[in-house]
Structures are given as C-alpha cells and as structure tokens.
Design a binder for this molecule. Structure first.
Ligand code: NAP
Length: 323
C-alpha cells in the first residue's frame, strides 16, 4: 500500500491526512514513479486552504523527483530505472504515483533527488520570469519580493548573473543577510519600510524596470508605484491574498505601465516549453550559476508542520519532503 497526504476539506494545515492510497499500473502514455523527494510550494497552501478550489478528497503537491518503476503502453521516451522529476502536476504528496509524461524529465547524475524536488517548480518559475515574462537586461533595476524565499533565492542569483541591480524585499534581518548572500544589492524591510519611497531613494528617483510581486493583495499598489515609465508589473503570487479588482485606467498616469499575471502552468503547457526551460535550469545549476538552497526538510507525514511554518514566514529557500 502507498501512503499519501490527502485533503478532505478546505482549511488549515490540520486538514491534511497521511493515508493509504491505491496507485495501480500506468495507463497508456503514463509512467509510474516511485518518489524519493517532494517539493513544498506556496501553491500547495492555496489548494489546501480553498483559495484555489479543488475536488475532495485530493492529493495536493506539484513537484517531485524519483525513479520510474513501470511505463504504460506507447511510452518510448522513458524506461524503468530512469531517474526523473517534474513540476506543476497536482498529486505530488505521495510515495508513488502514475502520471502522463508531458512534464516528466530525466535527471542528470549531477542533480540529486532532493535538489530536483527543491527546484523544478521554483527554478522553472524563475526561468520564465527572467527570460520570458520580462527579459532582464544588464543594469536593469528590478524589485523582488520574498527575496529569501524558495523562488526568491533562485531568482536573485540568476538575475545577478544577468547583471541586474536587485532590490529585495524581506521580512526579517536573517532573511536580509541570506538575500544579500544570494545576489541582492539592496534590501527593503517591507514590514516596516515604505516600498516606493525606498525604491525611489535606491534608484535616484528612477524606479524599477520590473517588479516581481509574489505577495499579491498587500503589495500590488506599492509595486505599481515603484515602477519606472513603461515598467512591467509581474503579479505572480498571492501569499497575502488575491489582488483586488482594479481600474486599468490607473496605469496611464503612473507611466504607461504593463501588468501581467503569468503562471508556470502556461509555461509548461507543451513538451517544447518543458524541455527548453528545464535545459536552461539544469545548465544554470550544474554550472554553479545558481545554487539551490534546501533549507528545511520534513518527513512527508509532517506536511501539516511544514505548511504552518511556510505560512508563518518561518522558512527560507526551498523546503523538501523526504520519503
Ligand atoms: N505564478 C507562478 O507561476 C508561480 C510559481 C511558483 C511560485 N509562485 C508564487 O511565488 C511565491 C513564492 O513561492 P514559494 O513557494 O517560493 O514561497 P516562499 O517565497 O518560500 O514563501 C513565501 C514568503 O512570502 C512572504 N510573505 C509575505 N507576506 C506573506 C503572508 N501574508 N503570508 C505568508 N508569507 C508571506 C514571506 O517572506 P518574507 O517574510 O520575507 O516576507 C514568506 O516566506 C508564492 O506567492 C507563490 O504562489 C508563483
């Protein structure tokens, strides 16, 4: 029997239950993966809490790494024994699962299961944000929220390699040090400091070319007010709640701004996008340009504690469940 974390109703961390589930054999064009490590992501909280609706009961979780132990009819790209990982496929909080191959990729020997589970979703997000959503150029002033978080630490290291001037927003002194060690040039303690005022001070009144805002409701207007003319607001997460509806007319007097709300779902919706983004990410990690910080590990049966710590802003970098 396989163990998994299932959610039976929307609510706090306590609604997650460690239960027996049936896995079965892979269907045509599916593989079965014996999972070794599973990544924790903020989107798991949105599904568990009801911010993003799901059917019940559901196995939550969106990324993991492991070994293929069976392949379904018609699968030619993978075989039993392949080390693999995937991002953005619901149902990851489990010891084993069957799944379609669209988002499954083979792992190079140099990337461990733990590192893969810590970076597939967060690293591919950093990749599309920096290279597709807004193409960061040398010398760009950029604003990164939750700079010491899972996506944040990867985004900052990679943006530094691109030559950006990075302003990181963090919630504690310890996170400020970590963000600086991972590429941030300037820090805003955004629990206490006014973000647009500090951005204007740091950039000599110019503002930032792009704001990577994962906080949502609490910071949306501050991000718009921190942008330079023609700047891009990338609202890509809701850690503080969903952004309230707004009048696009406000973007004109603030400097003909652009606003986008991207998701890794679209950026991994074809095999080409998955392979292109993954190659880029694996190259960045194996070359040492980007280091994956696995700063917390939990047994998967302790998922409730991990969610509580993530929501209480206690974690930094990536968090991985071991199996
Ligand atoms: N759209 C996409 O494709 C995509 C993909 C991946 C992730 N995301 C988003 O990116 C963000 C980061 O994800 P992650 O998994 O790497 O998480 P994370 O950044 O490691 O953790 C969330 C961080 O958000 C900050 N935060 C600010 N206000 C908060 C609040 N009210 N409640 C909780 N945390 C708050 C905290 O850092 P401080 O203490 O420093 O403020 C906290 O540590 C999330 O919003 C997630 O939804 C979006």
């Amino acid at each position: 029997m396989t163990k998994a974390i299932r959610v039976h109703e929307a609510g706090g961390p306590e609604v997650m239950k460690w239960e027996d589930v049936e896995v079965g054999d892979p269907a045509p064009r599916e593989v079965r993966i014996k999972q070794k490590a599973v990544g924790l992501n903020y989107i798991d909280v949105y599904f568990r809490s009801g911010l993003y609706p799901i059917e019940f009961p559901s196995i939550i979780g969106m990324e993991a790494a492991g070994v293929i132990d069976a392949v379904g009819e018609g699968v030619t790209e993978f075989k039993a024994g392949d080390r693999v990982a995937y991002p953005m496929v619901p149902g990851a909080y489990t010891e084993a699962r069957c799944m379609p191959t669209l988002k499954v990729v083979k792992l190079p020997d140099a990337i461990s299961d733990e590192t893969a589970a810590a970076m597939m979703l967060k690293g591919l997000t950093a990749q599309y944000l920096l290279f597709r959503t807004y193409k960061v150029q040398p010398g760009d002033n950029i604003l990164v929220y939750a700079a010491a978080g899972g996506v944040g630490l990867i985004l900052c290291q990679w943006a530094k390699k691109l030559g950006a001037n990075i302003i990181g927003c963090v919630g504690s002194d310890e996170k400020a040090e970590l963000a600086k060690d991972n590429g941030c040039d300037h820090i805003i303690m955004y629990r206490d400091e006014n973000i647009p005022t500090r951005v204007k001070e740091i950039t000599d009144g110019k503002g930032v070319a792009v704001a990577y805002d994962s906080i949502g409701k609490a910071t949306f207007m501050d991000s718009l007010d921190s942008l330079q003319p023609f700047g891009t607001m990338v609202t890509y997460g809701n850690a503080s709640g969903k952004v309230a509806p707004f009048d696009p007319g406000i973007l004109a007097p603030k400097g003909s701004l652009y606003v986008t709300r991207p998701t890794l779902g679209t950026h991994t919706s074809t095999r080409e996008l998955v392979l292109d983004g993954t190659k880029h990410l694996f190259d960045a990690v194996t070359s040492g340009d980007v280091k994956i910080n696995v700063n917390q590990t939990y047994a998967m049966s302790d998922a409730a504690q991990a969610h509580a710590d993530l929501e209480d802003r206690k974690t930094t970098g990536s968090t991985v469940f071991t199996i």
